[in-house]
Design a protein around this ligand. Structure first.
Ligand code: ADP
Length: 443
C-alpha cells in the first residue's frame, strides 16, 4: 500500500519556506516583494507540472511518468501505479475474453451472444456456416433482421425458450438445426444452434424400419387370419379348398419365419462389432453344398447353373456369415432370372485376392435402383419380390458381412440383359498366400 501525502509535512515545509523568504525579505528590506516573487515562482512551478502531466497523459502516452520530486512526484507515481494496474486488468480481461471465445469456437455448435433487443454482440465461426451470421461484420445488427424465417420470428416474439425450435438452415436447406436461447449474464442472451440433421435421419431410418417390419409381418398374418376366419366349425373347407389354403398358409408362415431369421441375422451382425475370425473357412466345401441346394431350388425354373470353384481357395473369416452372403447372392440370381436362364457362379483367385461372382442373364436392374439395393427392405419391384418370398433384407446382410471381411459388394446390371454381383476377399484374409497366411502352410 502506498503512503498518503502527509498534510502536516507539506504545510510545515511550505511554512518554513515562507519563513525563510520572509527572513531574506526582512534582511534585504523588501519583505513584500520577496513574498510576492516566491508566491509567483511557486505558482509557476505548479503550472509547469500541470503542463508536464498534460503532456504525459495526452501527448506522450508513455507509461513511465515525468521525473519529478515532491508533491508532483508523488502524484505522478500514483497515476503511474493506477495506469499499470489498469493495463494489467485489461490484459487479464482480454485473456478471459480470448479464452471464452476460444472455448466457444471449439464448441460443435453455433454460438451467438445477443443483447436483450436481439442485437448481435458476438458470434463464432460455426454461426457463419450454419446460419450465415458474419462476425464482426454483423456486430450490432438485429438477429431478427438477419434470420427472417416466420417460425423463428414467432419464437423470438413469444420468448418461450424452454422448448428448442427446429428449423431448416437459412443457408443450406439440407441441414436441420435446433435453436436454443437462454438468458446469459446481465440482460444478455445466448443463442446456441445445433446441427441435428444426422439425428433426424437416424430417427427417420428407425421409424421406417419399424414401419417396414410391421408391414412385412402384417401381410402374411392378414392372409393367415383371413383363412382362419372363414374356417370356423360350421364352414370347414372341402379337400381341394383345404389343400390350396394349406399351401398358402404354409408359404406365408415360411415367409414370416424367413423374415424373422433374416432380422435376427442382421441384428446379430450389427450387434457384434468385433467377432472372432475362424482360422480356416473352407469356402470350396461350402460352395459345393450351396451348388446342391441351388439345384434343388432350381427345379421349377430349370436354369442352367454353372459353378466354377477353385478347390484350394480358403479364407479366414466367419463361416456362417460368409455362407449367408454366398447363399443370398446365388438365391437371388435364381429368384430374379426368368425360367431357363443362365447363371454362373465363380470362386477364383485373382492376383492375391479371392473373388466371388454370380452372373445371370435375368431381368437386370435399372441404375437408379442399383445404389439403393443394399438398404434394408429395398426392392426393385415390391410385389414381385414378395411373391418370390423375398424379405428385402438379403443384400443388407451381404453388405454387413462383407464390410466385416474388409470387402464391398460390386453390382453391375443392365435392364433386360442381366446382373453381376461380386466381391473380393482381400489378400490378408486369403489363406495359402506367401505373405501373412493365417493358420495354413503356404501352397
Ligand atoms: P429380397 O429378399 O427381396 O430378394 P434382397 O435384399 O436380396 O431382397 O434384394 C433386394 C432387391 O434387389 C430384390 O428385391 C430385387 O428386386 C433385386 N435383386 C437382387 N438380386 C437380383 C438379381 N440377381 N437380378 C435382379 N434383381 C435382383
Amino acid at each position: 500500500m502506498r503512503q498518503l501525502l502527509s498534510k502536516r509535512k507539506v504545510y510545515t515545509k511550505l511554512f518554513l519556506f515562507y519563513c525563510f523568504i520572509a527572513l531574506v525579505g526582512l534582511i534585504s528590506n523588501s519583505l513584500l516583494l520577496a513574498l510576492l516573487i516566491f508566491t509567483v515562482a511557486l505558482l509557476l512551478w505548479h503550472y509547469h507540472h500541470l503542463f508536464l502531466m498534460d503532456k504525459w497523459l495526452w501527448r506522450d502516452r508513455k507509461l513511465s511518468p515525468p521525473i519529478s520530486e515532491g508533491i508532483w512526484g508523488h502524484l505522478f507515481e500514483g497515476i503511474y501505479y493506477l495506469q499499470r494496474r489498469d493495463r494489467r486488468k485489461k490484459r487479464e480481461l482480454r485473456n478471459i475474453v480470448r479464452r471464452f471465445r476460444d472455448g466457444a469456437e471449439a464448441l460443435p455448435e453455433a454460438v451467438v451472444v445477443l443483447t436483450d433487443d436481439w442485437s448481435i454482440i458476438w458470434s463464432n465461426k460455426l454461426a457463419q456456416i450454419l446460419v450465415g451470421l458474419h462476425w464482426p461484420a454483423d456486430e450490432g445488427q438485429r438477429l431478427d433482421n438477419l434470420i427472417r424465417h416466420p417460425d423463428f420470428l414467432q419464437y423470438l416474439k413469444h420468448a418461450k425458450f424452454e422448448q428448442p425450435l427446429e428449423l431448416a438452415s437459412p443457408v443450406n436447406d439440407q441441414l436441420t438445426l435446433e435453436f436454443n436461447i437462454m438468458s446469459y449474464g446481465a440482460e444478455q442472451y445466448l443463442l446456441i444452434v445445433r446441427d441435428i440433421t444426422q439425428l433426424k435421419q437416424l430417427e427417420q431410418i428407425r421409424k421406417d424400419f419399424v414401419a417396414n417390419v410391421s408391414h412385412e409381418l402384417r401381410t402374411p398374418l392378414t392372409v393367415l387370419q383371413g383363412y382362419l376366419e372363414v374356417m370356423d366349425d360350421e364352414h370347414l373347407p372341402d379337400k381341394a379348398m383345404w389343400k390350396k389354403a394349406h399351401n398358402v398358409m404354409l408359404d406365408q408362415t415360411k415367409r414370416m419365419d424367413s423374415l424373422v431369421q433374416q432380422l435376427l441375422t442382421l441384428s446379430r451382425i450389427e450387434a457384434s462389432a468385433r467377432v472372432q475370425f475362424e482360422p480356416i473357412v473352407d469356402v470350396p466345401v461350402m460352395l459345393h453344398q450351396l451348388e446342391q441346394e441351388a439345384q434343388t431350388l432350381n427345379r421349377e425354373k430349370q436354369h442352367s447353373i454353372r459353378f466354377d470353384i477353385d478347390d484350394s481357395l480358403k479364407v479366414t473369416g466367419v463361416t456362417e456369415e460368409l455362407r449367408s452372403a454366398f447363399s443370398n447372392l446365388v438365391t437371388n440370381a435364381i429368384k430374379y432370372t426368368p425360367a431357363g436362364g443362365e447363371i454362373s457362379v465363380s470362386w477364383q483367385r485373382q492376383h492375391l485376392k479371392a473373388v466371388f461372382a454370380v452372373n445371370d442373364n435375368g431381368e437386370g436392374i435399372a441404375a437408379h435402383h442399383v445404389k439403393r439395393l443394399t438398404e434394408r427392405f429395398y426392392r426393385v419391384d415390391q410385389a414381385r419380390a414378395r411373391n418370390t418370398g423375398g424379405t428385402g433384407l438379403g443384400l443388407a446382410i451381404v453388405k454387413h458381412v462383407l464390410s466385416r471381411h474388409n470387402s464391398r459388394l460390386m453390382i453391375f446390371s443392365e435392364p433386360g440383359k442381366g446382373s453381376s454381383f461380386s466381391f473380393s476377399i482381400p489378400a490378408e484374409l486369403v489363406l495359402g498366400q506367401k505373405t501373412k497366411n493365417r493358420g495354413e502352410k503356404p501352397l
